[in-house]
Design a protein around this ligand. Structure first.
Ligand code: UDP
Ligand code: GLC
Length: 382
């Protein structure tokens, strides 16, 4: 990218999937580009360690506007105006403002108007209930149609929800996420064995693992329910409540105790050693109960050469099918339990699915293809 490249804007300081995707993308865009975060946190450190120029301008009242919120209060509007002014000043030395989240897009839309810069929205959410209220969807679509020069959707499902709610089709380009296989390839038998030993599981336990932030739509509760039907299976829950879902995390612990699976449900918190933990498990489970926009964890499980069980909804079926994994209906603990049991009972089928999944993930979801896709989607704006 040329000097005076892209000003990427993200509202989060934590490491969610949207942020991890932007990490690889912004690193590839080079020195002319910059990331502006509306909150400080580990995401800033991760960007800095990759050599990405990053600046933090923290949100005040706007931070408290949740996606289910119907109408934000006046303090949130004042805050948005302050941030937008700041973003527009920084945008003067860039060609494009690139919003990586919905909150960032609201700010970027205003900043783009002040700075006279085109605004790109990388849409990583399925804009539909129950993910978002009808009011929120209408506001987001209206703003996008008015102010976005381009909408990059992380899956065809995400794009379809956008156009289905009235978003202009001409704005949309689909670019799937890419995941670097290197950290998965670097896991040795020794490091995977060490990761498993550190978990102190009984010898010979069959281990399933769910990676994801704690949120009711990610379906941790469904895997817990499945676990109650599978007396010999242990489950790892890897992730944390990143956006204020602490009560849900406590409810999961209570569910595990109440249903008698607490000794087989292992809550590991947010971890940086996802590749090792995936290799320490026998099966990777994705359990989202609402349509997943994309689902990086599915590609990662495939790159770790583990059989992946995923729920058939949203962008998931653009990643994995019955040849490369196991698809189950969302919110169906009985089907989830049965899928786990069938993989435990048939190791050679599990190994075949894992091998085909790994080949598919490598061929279809590279970082290079993602970066090229984004460059092509915004070339005419730069
Ligand atoms: N992840 C992580 N540590 C954890 C749990 C998850 O680094 O303890 C990562 C995971 O490897 C994946 C991302 O968080 O890259 C989650 O992205 P995904 O697209 O699956 O879901 P999102 O949270 O963006 O909805
Ligand atoms: C969002 C979505 C997730 C997607 C990620 C990266 O956080 O929830 O499905 O994989 O963005 O695009």
């Amino acid at each position: 990218m040329s000097e005076g490249g892209v000003l990427f804007v993200d509202h989060a300081g934590v490491l969610g999937g949207a942020e991890l995707s932007l990490l690889d993308l912004s690193a590839a865009f080079g020195a002319g580009s910059e990331v502006l975060l509306l909150a400080d946190g580990p995401f800033r450190e991760a960007l800095e360690s990759r050599g990405v120029r990053v600046h933090v301008e923290a949100l005040g009242a706007l931070k408290h506007v949740k996606k289910e919120t119907r109408i934000p209060g006046p303090a949130a509007f004042a805050d948005a105006a302050r941030i937008a002014t700041h973003v527009s000043k920084r945008a003067k030395s860039h060609r494009v403002i690139y919003a990586n989240s919905q909150k960032a897009f609201v700010v970027a839309a205003a900043a783009g108007l002040f700075a006279r810069r085109p605004v790109v929205w990388h849409l990583r959410d399925i804009l539909a209930p129950p993910h978002f209220s009808g009011t929120n969807v209408r506001a987001a679509i209206t703003l996008a149609n008015l102010r976005a020069a381009r909408v990059i959707a992380n899956s065809r499902a995400t794009a379809a929800a956008f156009t289905g709610a009235g978003g202009h089709e001409s704005l949309v380009r689909v670019v799937h996420n890419g995941i670097d296989p290197a950290p998965f390839d670097a896991v040795t038998i020794e490091s995977a064995t060490a990761a498993r030993a550190a978990l102190r599981l009984p010898a010979g336990a069959f281990v399933v693992a769910l990676f994801g932030r704690f949120h009711p739509w990610k379906g941790q509760q469904v895997l817990l329910e499945a676990l109650a039907r599978l007396p010999r299976v242990h489950a790892l829950f890897v992730g944390a409540p990143l956006f204020g879902e602490e009560a849900f995390a406590s409810a999961l612990q209570a569910q595990a105790a109440r249903t008698g699976v607490a000794d087989r449900a292992h809550f590991l918190g947010f971890r940086a050693d996802v590749p090792e933990l995936m290799r320490a498990a026998d099966v990777i489970v994705h359990a989202s109960v609402y349509p997943e926009p994309f689902g990086r964890v599915i590609v990662e499980g495939m790159l770790a050469e583990r059989p992946v069980i995923a729920t058939r909804a949203g962008g998931v079926t653009e990643i994995i099918d019955d040849e490369t994994g196991v698809l189950v209906p969302p919110n169906d603990a009985a089907a989830m339990a049965q899928a786990i049991e069938s993989l435990a009972a048939d190791p050679s089928r599990a190994a075949n699915l894992a091998a085909r999944g790994a080949a598919r993930a490598r061929a279809g979801f590279s970082v290079t293809a993602m970066v090229r896709g984004v460059e092509e989607a915004i070339r005419d704006l730069i």
